[in-house]
Design a protein around this ligand. Structure first.
Ligand code: OXD
Ligand code: MN
Length: 650
């Protein structure tokens, strides 16, 4: 038998505790069903590359699990995990559908926790720009290496006692794509394993690849945690909200997450890897890791283009990515609904992959009328979280009123009886989700797993802006487009812990996801402009403008195809735009409104009120001054001066 505890020289790729672990490691503990005397209940240590093996060893020493389960990604494994979770009360079967399940979280663990999310670098300024004195920085949280070490030690020491440690090997992006990256998540949550199996390419072949190549991987350590008191309030959803912390160490491609089982906090391939660590890798390697959907759109003449679009969390990325166009002759196909990894190829063409393998979409608001494609996707092989349950074994959420028989009884996301029209609280948590395989989407793009990615012709930025911001405008050029991305603002949603409908700055829809200093991020975007490259055109869209009496001015959803039609015509060079202070808007009558059922007040929809824009530009300037300070690239400061002048001259 080979020496399975292979001592590697480990070139600074271990976590803080690796050093201790290596000292303890004995070269002869080689039983492949045991690791440090702990049973390996599934999988084979011989399939681990030395680097993976070392990573597991270090964390066994730290977390002290009872068992180790090396995941192979098979159906059989998944079935067993589902059984375990059902027995623990973590999930409930939904017999109305095929292989669908409902998880209810601890009510204290329902969203991403931005305030407890940190990036660890030697120098604070590598992580966040220095805010103006007396101002609290909003562009991420920094932690020093020694504080990170303490935080990990305090929380993780022995945290998996009595639990199974799962080793989850996964690829972000198709395994054959040069744009993809590999990670290994160590977790004590079977819910995380089952969700990672949907959201990523997970399983044995990833370990085989690491074994064959000896490659590095992104290290992802996760535990649901045990509260400091040792008392687990709800064993069906263990968590430690008081001490939750999400840590990233870009220099070592390392993520450590403690205390929460929820989505972006625990499925570490998503926000932590694909965006925060991803953006730092992208900076180093010269590409872009962005919070963007990717869609393919074919016009009535049969010409197909791909568009990437950045909207903040819970602002309709999934709806746009799966849109059913109302304009005749158009076809939309979906490549991804949340994250895009984009790189210019040797011909100067920007190409994108969706690093994910599933959709972790917001359920409320999804219905036959808003997103029929999502409805055709999610009722098979899906793990729902915090939606309501119906007495016929199905699910319910706000938005499904017309699709749910009146006689079914509803149990809300907390497990309480809930009566339509009577209970004031929502039946489903506003941030409740479906976690569903992307390949089930009936309009998944044929090229969605193409190793080269898809060519991107346009980039859209957008947000929820009830006032002042027109339905669509086009940036003047790449640099202005970068400024538009940097200036994005949007109403807060339930995706994170923010309360109320305040308008928040959310540059590039990345505010919660930057892996490094935002000023440097802007420089990186500006550096994409090179003579040999065909730069995509950049647009800003706003489906959410309201009239003075609080009604949406634009019907949205499938009608947004009219906006995409105008955008495509701009890409084709059509003279259908007119200049304004903030960019190019459609010339009058150039937006195709043929067949639109409701009347639309174009005047209000495209109005660019001078007072509003003066305030908007002032707010952007204040934000840049207070939050980005000296890290703001000169070019962006120049763009601000230009737009200010144009607004003053309106
Ligand atoms: C998400 C988010 O879950 O952005 O996609 O919060
Ligand atoms: Mn998102």
């Amino acid at each position: 038998m080979p020496d399975l505890v292979t001592k590697t020289e480990n070139s600074g790729y271990s976590n803080e505790f690796g050093r201790v672990a290596r000292k303890l490691s004995s070269p002869n503990v080689g039983l492949f069903r045991q690791l440090r005397g702990i049973s390996v209940v599934s999988g084979d240590l011989r399939n681990l590359s030395p680097k993976v093996r070392l990573y597991v060893e270090e964390n066994v020493d730290l977390c002290k699990p009872d068992n180790i389960h090396i995941c192979d990604g098979t159906e059989e494994e998944n079935d067993n995990l589902l059984k375990i979770m059902q027995k623990q009360g973590t999930i409930i079967p939904l017999p109305k559908y095929e292989n669908c399940w409902l998880a209810r979280t601890n009510p204290a663990d329902t969203a991403r926790v931005e305030s407890k999310t940190f990036i660890c670098t030697e120098n604070k300024s590598d992580t966040i720009p220095t805010p103006k004195e007396g101002v609290k920085g909003q562009l991420g949280n920094w932690i020093s290496p020694s504080d990170m070490q303490d935080a990990v030690k305090q929380r993780f020491t022995g945290c998996m006692k009595g639990r199974t440690m799962y080793v989850v090997p996964f690829s972000m992006g198709p395994l054959t794509s040069p744009l993809s990256k590999i990670g290994v998540e160590i977790t004590d949550s079977p819910y995380v394993v089952a969700s990672m199996r949907i959201m990523t390419r997970m399983g044995r072949n990833i370990l085989d690849k690491l074994q064959a190549t000896g490659d590095e991987f992104v290290k992802c350590l996760h535990s649901v945690g045990v509260p400091a008191t040792g008392f687990v309030e709800s064993p069906e959803w263990p968590c430690d909200p008081e001490r939750t912390i999400i840590l990233h160490k870009p220099a070592q491609n390392e993520i450590v997450s403690y205390g929460s089982g929820y989505g972006g906090n625990s499925l570490l391939g998503k926000k932590c890897f694909a965006l925060r660590i991803g953006s730092t890798i992208a900076k180093r390697e010269g590409w872009l890791a962005e919070h963007m959907l990717i869609l393919g759109i074919t016009n009535p003449q049969g010409k197909k283009r791909y568009i990437a679009a950045a909207f903040p969390s819970a602002c309709g990325k999934t709806n746009l990515a799966m849109m059913t166009p109302s304009l005749p002759g158009y076809k939309i196909q979906c490549v991804g609904d949340d994250i895009a990894w984009m790189r210019f190829d040797s011909n100067g063409q920007l190409r994108a992959i969706n690093p994910e393998n599933g959709f972790f979409g917001v359920a409320p608001g999804t219905s036959r009328s808003s997103n029929p494609i999502a409805m055709d996707t999610v009722f098979r092989n899906t793990l729902f979280t915090n939606v309501a349950l119906t007495s016929d074994g199905g699910v319910y959420w706000e938005g499904l009123e017309n699709e749910t028989p009146k006689d079914v009884k509803i149990t809300d996301w907390r497990g309480q009886a809930w009566v339509r029209g009577q209970d004031k609280t929502p039946a489903a948590h506003p941030n409740s989700r479906f976690c569903t395989p992307a390949k089930q989407c009936p309009i998944i793009d044929p090229a969605w797993e193409h190793p080269d990615g898809v060519p991107i012709s346009a980039i859209l930025f957008g947000g929820r802006r009830p006032a002042g911001v027109p339905l669509v405008y086009e940036a003047r050029n790449w640099r202005h487009g970068v400024f538009v991305g940097a200036s994005m603002r949007s109403e807060a949603t339930a995706a994170a812990e923010h309360k109320g409908k305040v308008i928040m700055h959310d540059p590039f829809a990345m505010r919660p996801f930057f892996g490094y200093n935002f000023g440097k991020y802007l420089e990186h975007w500006l550096s994409m402009e090179q003579p040999s490259r065909q730069l995509p055109k950049i647009f800003h869209v706003n489906w959410f403008r309201k009239s003075n009496d609080g009604k949406f001015l634009w019907p949205g959803f499938g009608e947004n195809s009219r906006v995409l039609d105008w955008i495509l015509r701009r890409l084709d060079g059509e003279d259908c735009a007119q200049e304004t202070a903030i960019g190019y808007v459609p010339k009058s009558n150039s937006l195709n409104l043929e067949g639109l059922k409701e009347s639309v007040d174009l005047q209000q929809l495209f109005d660019i009120p001078k007072d509003f824009w003066r305030e908007e530009v002032y707010a952007i300037e204040k934000y840049f001054n207070e939050q980005v300070g000296n890290d703001l690239p000169k070019e962006i400061a120049n763009q601000l001066v230009d737009v200010k002048r144009r607004v003053d001259n309106m």
